[in-house]
Write a protein that binds this ligand. Structure first.
Ligand SMILES: [Zn+2]
Ligand SMILES: [Zn+2]
Length: 497
C-alpha cells in the first residue's frame, strides 16, 4: 500500500495530466528482482517448512516461493500487488531488473562502465569518503555459478562474461553479465538512461543533499553524459492498528497491508483520493480499522466536487476527488450510501436478494428518495459487500444481529427507570423524521434535558440490550437510521411495558 503512493498513484496523476496536455508519456514501475535477498527477519519468517537462511545472498528471482504455489519469491509476493494494480493505475509498464540486464543497451553500458572503471571509481568514492573502493574495483556484482548468489567480486568483463572471485564460497570463474547487476549507484542512472526516464518520484530517504540520489545524478551527468530525470521526493506511508502507529510500511519487513486487502473493503478511488489530497511531503498513516472514516472524507469530497460554491481547502478536496477518479464522473451527483450505513444494512439484510432488499429499505427510511440508476445500484452493491467484509475482518465491534424477539433474560435486566427511559425515547421516535441527524438530535436533546430517569450510558445500554441483546453496540444514530422506524418504536414500546 505504501508503494502505491509515489511510485503508482502520483505517477499516474502525472501521466494522465501530461497526456491531457497532448504528450505521450509511459508510466513504468521497476521491480528490483536482480537484487540480493537479504533474509531479513520478516523474510526468513515466511519459510515455515524449511530454514530460509540458506537462500540469503541469492537474487530475489532465485529464492523459492515459501508457499510453493508460484515459480519463485518474486512471483508469489507480486500477486498481492500486481494482480490488482490495473485497478489502481491502468497500463503501467512493469520492468524487472532481470529483464533490464537482458537488454543489449544495458549490457553495452555495463561493458562501457567496466572499461572506464577508474573514472567511475573516482566519482563514486567522492560519496564514500570513509570506505572508498580500492584501485581495480569494477562496479559490477557478478553471479556466482557455484553457490548461486549475487555479489561476487568482478575481476574483468569481456564480451558477455564477467570473471569473478566469490567471497562467499571462494569460487573463481565466469558468468554471464545477464545474471549479475551493476553496483546500485550505477544501476539507478543506467535504468534512467536505458528506459528514458524523464520524471521520477522517489522515497524521501534518497533525497538528502549529498545523499544517494545526488550521487546518481552526478554519475548520470559526468560518467554517462545525459540529463538526469526530474525527481519528486515523497514521504512514507505509515501503518497503524486502531490508532496505534506501528511505523512506516515496508514490504521486506512485512509491515503494512496489501492492495489486495484494500480492494476487499474499499474501491481504489478512495485510496487514490487520500493520496491525492495529502501533500506528497506529508506522512500518511493508514489503518484498516478506520476505513469507514476514509469513506466519509471521500464522500464529502464528492459532495464538494458537485457543489456550486466552495471555499478554502474545499477546492483541493474537489480537485483531489476528480484526480482520484479512474473514469469520468457522471454529470450529476450520484447517490452515495454512507459506508457505516452500508455496514449495518449488509448485516441485517437476508443473504439472497440482499441488494434489492437494502434498496427497498433505503427508500422506506427516506435515505434514498428515488429509484437508483444502474451506476448507483452498482455502487450500493459494492459498498454493501465491502463494508460487510470490513466489519468481519477489521472492525468486529460493528457486528450486529437484531434480536427477533425479546428474550426473558433481556426483560429481567430492565428496571423501572430503564423502561421509562425507553418509553420516553419511543414517544419521541414515533414523531421523528427518520434520518441519522434527526435521531442524533433527539437523543442529544433527551439526554441533556435532565428528565431521563437513568444516566446516559445506562440509556444506551438499554437501547442496545432491547435491539441487539448486548450491552454495547455501534454508534446509535447511524445504526437506528437504517432500521425500520415502526419496528424500532414497537420494540421500545414492548420493552417499556
Ligand atoms: Zn505462491
Ligand atoms: Zn559463490
Amino acid at each position: 500500500m505504501g508503494r502505491l503512493r509515489g511510485e503508482i498513484t502520483l505517477s499516474q496523476f502525472l501521466t494522465r495530466s501530461l497526456r491531457e496536455d497532448g504528450r505521450k508519456p509511459i508510466q513504468s514501475l521497476v521491480l528490483y528482482t536482480q537484487d540480493e535477498w537479504k533474509g531479513k527477519e520478516g523474510q526468513i519468517g515466511q519459510f515455515t517448512k524449511e530454514d530460509g537462511r540458506k537462500y540469503v545472498g541469492r537474487r530475489l528471482i532465485d529464492v523459492p516461493d515459501p508457499f510453493g504455489c508460484h515459480a519463485n519469491w518474486v512471483e508469489h509476493y507480486w500477486q498481492d500487488f500486481g494482480s490488482v494494480l490495473d485497478r489502481f493505475a491502468p497500463n503501467v509498464r512493469i520492468v524487472s531488473t532481470t529483464e533490464a540486464y537482458r537488454n543489449p543497451e544495458m549490457q553495452a553500458l555495463v561493458r562501457d562502465l567496466a572499461a572506464r572503471a577508474e573514472e567511475v571509481r573516482a566519482v563514486v568514492n567522492k560519496y564514500r569518503a570513509r570506505h572508498p573502493y580500492p584501485p581495480g574495483w569494477i562496479p559490477f556484482e557478478a553471479f556466482c555459478e557455484q553457490c548461486q548468489t549475487i555479489g561476487a567480486k568482478t575481476t574483468s568483463i569481456e564480451g558477455m562474461n564477467a570473471s569473478y572471485r566469490c567471497e562467499r564460497c571462494g569460487h573463481v570463474g565466469k558468468s554471464s553479465i545477464e545474471k549479475g547487476k551493476l553496483n546500485w549507484r550505477l544501476e539507478w542512472p543506467a535504468l534512467w538512461k536505458v528506459y528514458r526516464v524523464d520524471i521520477e518520484p522517489f522515497g524521501k530517504d534518497h533525497a538528502t543533499p549529498g545523499g544517494s540520489r545526488d550521487s546518481c545524478k552526478e554519475i548520470a551527468e559526468v560518467i554517462m553524459h545525459f540529463r538526469p530525470p526530474m525527481g519528486i521526493p515523497y514521504e512514507w506511508v505509515g501503518i497503524s492498528d486502531r490508532g496505534k502507529d506501528l511505523g512506516d510500511m515496508g514490504s521486506s519487513d512485512f509491515l503494512g497491508f496489501t492492495p489486495v486487502q484494500w480492494v476487499e473493503v474499499a474501491d481504489p478511488e478512495v485510496l487514490r483520493y487520500t493520496y491525492a489530497f495529502n501533500p506528497i511531503f506529508r506522512r500518511v498513516v493508514l489503518d484498516l480499522y478506520r476505513v469507514d472514516t476514509y469513506h466519509d472524507l471521500y464522500d464529502r469530497a464528492e459532495d464538494l466536487f458537485y457543489a456550486d460554491e466552495r471555499e478554502g481547502d474545499e477546492e483541493d478536496q474537489a480537485r483531489s476527488f476528480e484526480l482520484a477518479q479512474l473514469s469520468a464522473p457522471p454529470k450529476t451527483k450520484p447517490f452515495a450510501l454512507s459506508y457505516r450505513h452500508a455496514a449495518f444494512l449488509s448485516q441485517i439484510s437476508p443473504d439472497s436478494g440482499r441488494v434489492e432488499w437494502c434498496i427497498k429499505r433505503l427508500r422506506d427510511t427516506g435515505i434514498l428518495t428515488r429509484a437508483p440508476n444502474g451506476l448507483e445500484r452498482d455502487r450500493i452493491a459494492r459498498r454493501l459487500a465491502q463494508s460487510r467484509a470490513w466489519v468481519e475482518r477489521h472492525a468486529p465491534e460493528n457486528r450486529v444481529k437484531l434480536l427477533e424477539q425479546m428474550p426473558p433474560e433481556v426483560t429481567r435486566q430492565l428496571e423501572l427507570g430503564d423502561r421509562n427511559a425507553l418509553r420516553m425515547f419511543a414517544t419521541r421516535a414515533a414523531s421523528l423524521r427518520w434520518t441519522e441527524d434527526a435521531i442524533k438530535e433527539a437523543m442529544v436533546t433527551l439526554t441533556k434535558s435532565g428528565t431521563l430517569p437513568v444516566e446516559t450510558n445506562r440509556f444506551f445500554r438499554d437501547l442496545y440490550l432491547v435491539l441487539l441483546g448486548t450491552e454495547r453496540g455501534p454508534r446509535a444514530a447511524p445504526f437506528l437510521a437504517v432500521l425500520e422506524k415502526d419496528w424500532v418504536v414497537r420494540r421500545l414500546t414492548e420493552a417499556a411495558q
